[in-house]
Structures are given as structure tokens and as C-alpha cells.
Design a binder for this molecule. Structure first.
Ligand code: NCD
Length: 296
């Protein structure tokens, strides 16, 4: 089984992942490690920069006893002109137990999965999907509120270029949440309904998920002056004040402080941003456990 999209998961697998992720989060806090995947190898292939996702997959594999092996793409034969297909077949011939792939092209993970026998996990494909990020976000919300069903979640910012938003919209809606989208009109996708008013989306919501402006994915300049994005579309303390009194703040990282999120909000007691990172390790353990552990 591969994890390419939230659509790859059945309802049962979704709830197994949330349960197992929660269990691993508690075990990690208690300093416990597992031997479930001893002797297994997990290949990490990151063709785009990553801090959280790359490290948390490596830590997750290690905490399960598996060996994470990271291809240094900058120094790989990709730089000599090898195609992704040939790289995939080459690495597949080494018989890894799982391949984790991040790539700038939408559809890259599905392409590699069709060429490799072992489970392939999409760690972000272009503007496509980022399913493990959505799973760790759902886990974070579930821990905080005891459920996802019935929550109102505002996803705000550069939705057009966000694979995090695409996976979250699918997952959170399947779990019964009410998802609102808002951002600058030029950064809202054509295929999803959203508002250009952050205030409207945030008002009364239980959680606000802010997204980074992904300038690397667009040729157009936003044409904004310094401070303008924060003033018009960023999450300031004042806007957070429109949300429910218990509302929490999420951000997948990396944050651009002072652009989509104010410092005081990033560091607010109701910011769960570091909890998301913590849960990233636990959720990736759950994913490796489900995909690799069940093939033993
Ligand atoms: C995101 C990504 O790479 O899609 N980061 C992450 O994985 N936590 C979001 C982003 O880059 O803004």
C-alpha cells in the first residue's frame, strides 16, 4: 500500500492512523522506543528543502528500529541529468522497505509508486498533496478537542499553492469538520470556494491554520509593500480575538513571521505549532507502522 493522497485511505485506515499516532505520541513522551521495524530500511528522497518533514520521517523510522537512509539529492545523479523514473528504478533495485518522496512536480509520488514495489509515501508533491501533514494536524486537533467532528477550522493564506491545504481539506471534511478557506484573491484556487476576508473565516472558529506564502511556486509578484500582507491577510492578535475564546493556532511551518503570522500569535499560549512538530514524528511512526509493519 502507498500513501499518495488522503483519497488513498479508507475510513478505517484513517481512524487506525489517528489512534496509532496518539499512542506513539504518548510513548515518545515517555521515552519509549519500539523494535517493530528492526532490520527495515526507509529511503528518504527530498528534492525540495525540508526541515520538519525530512527529520521527522528519519526520527520516526529510527524510533521504530528501522534504518532511515537519506539520499542527498544535491549530490545525487539527478544533478547529472538522471530522470526521476531511472532514479526510482535504481533505488527500487536496492529493495528498500519504504520510500519517502518530496518533489516539486505534482504527481511525482504516484509516478514513483508505479515503478517501485515497496510502499511509497508522498511527503509533498508540488501543489498536489501532503497527506502525513494533514494526518498530524488532525491528530493535533483531536488531542486538543477530543474530536474533529463538528469543529470549525479556518485555513488561511496561500491556498492556491498549498499541498497542505489540499490534503487537510479532504481529511478534515471526511472527519466531519466544517472547513472555511480564506486568502488574497490571487492566492485562492479556482476549484475551491474561499473568502477574501480573513476576519470572516476566523470569526467564531475553533482553529485557525495559517499557510506560508509560497513565493517559490509562482512567477507573479504579489506587489505588496513590507507589512502589507500581515495587515491585510495575516493572523494578528486582533484577528485571533475574533475566533472562539478557546481557539487554537496551527501552522505547518516554515513560518514567515511578520508576514502571514504575527510574532505574538506564533508564540501565543494557544499556538500548537510545536505540538504539530511533535505529532509529526508520532504520525509518521504510525504511517510507517501501517504501511511497512503490516507487510512483515
Ligand atoms: C509545507 C510543505 O512543504 O508543503 N511544509 C511542511 O511540510 N511542514 C508548507 C510550506 O512549505 O509552506
Amino acid at each position: 500500500m502507498d500513501l499518495i493522497s488522503i483519497d488513498s485511505l479508507s475510513d478505517e485506515q484513517m481512524s487506525i492512523l489517528l489512534e496509532t499516532g496518539d499512542l506513539y505520541a504518548r510513548q515518545n513522551r515517555d521515552g519509549q522506543v519500539s523494535t517493530k521495524l528492526v532490520g527495515r530500511t526507509v529511503f528518504n528522497l527530498f528534492y525540495e528543502n525540508s526541515t520538519r518533514t525530512a527529520m521527522s520521517f528519519a526520527v520516526a523510522a529510527a524510533r521504530l528500529g528501522a534504518q532511515p537512509l537519506t539520499l542527498s539529492v544535491e549530490r545525487s545523479s539527478a544533478k547529472k541529468g538522471e530522470t526521476l523514473e531511472d532514479t526510482a528504478r535504481t533505488l527500487g533495485a536496492m529493495l528498500p522497505d519504504a520510500v519517502v518522496l518530496r518533489h516539486r512536480e505534482t504527481g511525482a509520488a504516484a509516478e514513483v509508486a508505479a515503478l517501485i514495489e515497496c510502499p511509497v509515501i508522498n511527503a509533498g508533491d508540488g501543489t498536489g498533496e501532503h497527506p502525513t501533514q494533514a494526518l498530524l494536524d488532525a491528530l493535533t486537533l483531536r488531542q486538543q478537542f477530543g474530536r474533529v467532528e463538528g469543529l470549525t477550522i479556518a485555513i488561511c493564506g496561500d491556498i492556491r499553492h498549498s499541498r497542505v491545504a489540499r490534503s487537510n481539506i479532504k481529511l478534515l471534511q471526511r472527519l466531519g469538520a466544517n472547513v472555511r478557506l480564506a486568502g488574497p484573491p490571487s492566492l485562492l484556487p479556482n476549484d475551491l470556494a474561499g473568502s477574501s476576508s480573513i476576519e470572516e473565516a476566523v470569526s467564531g472558529s475553533d482553529a485557525v491554520m495559517m499557510l506560508r506564502v509560497q513565493r517559490e511556486r509562482s512567477d507573479e509578484e504579489l506587489g505588496d509593500a513590507p507589512g502589507e500582507y500581515l495587515a491585510n491577510y495575516g493572523l494578528t492578535l486582533e484577528r485571533l480575538g475574533l475566533a472562539a475564546p478557546h481557539a487554537v493556532v496551527l501552522h505547518p511551518g516554515p513560518m514567515n513571521r511578520g508576514i502571514e503570522i504575527a510574532d505574538e500569535v506564533a508564540d501565543h499560549p494557544r499556538s500548537l505549532i510545536l505540538r504539530q512538530v511533535e505529532n509529526g514524528v508520532a504520525m509518521r511512526m504510525a504511517v510507517l507502522d501501517l504501511l511497512v509493519g503490516s507487510t512483515s
